[in-house]
Design a binder for this molecule. Structure first.
Ligand SMILES: [Zn+2]
Length: 159
């Protein structure tokens, strides 16, 4: 029987005008997008942290510091590729992931199937092993004078 480990990831970004809206490696047609040093893809960042956490490999901010100009404007799909390579080097592979995206930005539901396919492709999994749920923030970001996206990911890895 293979060895299994669970990991938890969380990330939050503000949504600001004039930024492309990348979430889960999918480009949404929306007037605001996540602020950040990289492309701001909170879904991929939380997924990376869940995988790294499960494997005991620190976290995204330690591996790819946002003070490093190398990662300015970085494609987070490339960061996830690097994370998967590090897991692979340690003998681990992703098994499944469950993802909650809470946002006042774009509606997630219409792109859920596309998100699952894209994320499964990045992880080398079947789409049925990657679940995506969209939630609203019940206007809480507006109370703080803005809007945002918050993402929580639980994943299982095996070796
Ligand atoms: Zn992030």
């Amino acid at each position: 029987m293979s060895e299994l480990r669970v990991g938890l990831g969380f990330d939050v970004h503000r949504l600001v005008p004039g930024r492309p809206c990348w979430l889960g490696g999918v480009l949404f047609d929306h007037p605001t997008g996540p602020a950040g040093h990289s492309d701001g893809d909170a879904v991929l960042h939380a997924l990376c942290d869940a995988l790294l956490g499960a494997a005991g490999l620190d976290d995204l901010g330690t591996l790819f510091p946002d003070t490093d100009p190398k990662w300015k404007g970085a494609d987070s799909a490339a960061l996830l590729g690097e994370v998967c390579a590090r897991l692979g080097a340690a003998g681990w592979r992703p098994h499944n992931a469950d993802i909650v995206i809470a946002t006042e930005g774009p509606r997630i539901a219409p792109k859920r199937a596309e998100l699952r396919t894209r994320l499964a492709g990045l992880l080398g999994l079947d789409p049925d092993a990657v679940n995506v749920k969209g939630k609203t923030l019940e206007g809480m970001g507006a109370l703080a004078g803005g809007a945002g996206v918050a993402v929580q990911v639980v994943c299982l890895i095996a070796r």
